[in-house]
Ligand binder design. Structure first.
Ligand SMILES: [Zn+2]
Ligand SMILES: [Zn+2]
Length: 175
């Protein structure tokens, strides 16, 4: 997925949201786009402001240096979530700096309802990619992605059976 194409799609969709019609939505396309580090696991996207500009002083896209998205979101599987992430960061770029009530109301206007709830599964996806160990249930095969060994001290939430350590590299698909 090319970031600029996703950005174009998002801007077009935003131009169809009546509540945003008085805001400089077309200017959002001028904001440089970038990628977070591949191994980032907590941050999914970020809106970076120009040097010296405080969050409370953001008045529009000109105060934004760039918007970065997680590279793992730029795949066919996660494209809808990538669009929503960009929408979220673009709202910040329009001057809605914090995650207050107004911001959440605007965020809820994104037409792809399912995409708005994909954050949790994307987080799990990132943790699984990054994990060194999969604590695996010998009974139901459920895997718990972790960075340290469990050494048999933890039990499956479903079966209460002691989990076995499996090295993640051995089973991880190439991302
Ligand atoms: Zn935010
Ligand atoms: Zn189990």
């Amino acid at each position: 997925m090319v970031l600029e194409d996703i950005a174009r799609t998002v801007v077009v969709k935003m131009q169809q949201i009546p509540q945003l019609s008085l805001l400089p939505v077309a200017e959002l396309e001028k904001i440089p786009l970038g990628r977070l580090r591949r191994d980032a696991t907590r941050l999914h996207a970020v809106c970076r402001y120009q040097k010296g500009v405080r969050k409370s002083e953001i008045s529009g896209p000109n105060d934004v240096r760039c918007v970065d998205l997680h590279p793992a979101a730029l795949t066919v599987d996660w494209q809808r979530y990538a669009e929503f992430l960009l929408y979220h960061e673009y709202l910040h770029a329009l001057g809605f700096a914090g995650h207050d009530r107004t911001f959440r109301d605007l965020e809820a206007l994104w037409p792809d309802e399912e995409a708005r709830t994909m954050g949790k599964s994307f987080g799990n996806h990132l943790r699984t990619r990054a994990a060194k160990w999969l604590w695996t249930c010998p009974q139901c095969s459920k895997e718990y992605a972790r960075n340290r060994r469990g050494r048999g001290r933890y039990r499956c939430r479903e079966c209460s059976i002691a989990l076995v350590d499996v090295k993640a590299e051995a089973v991880k698909p190439k991302a």
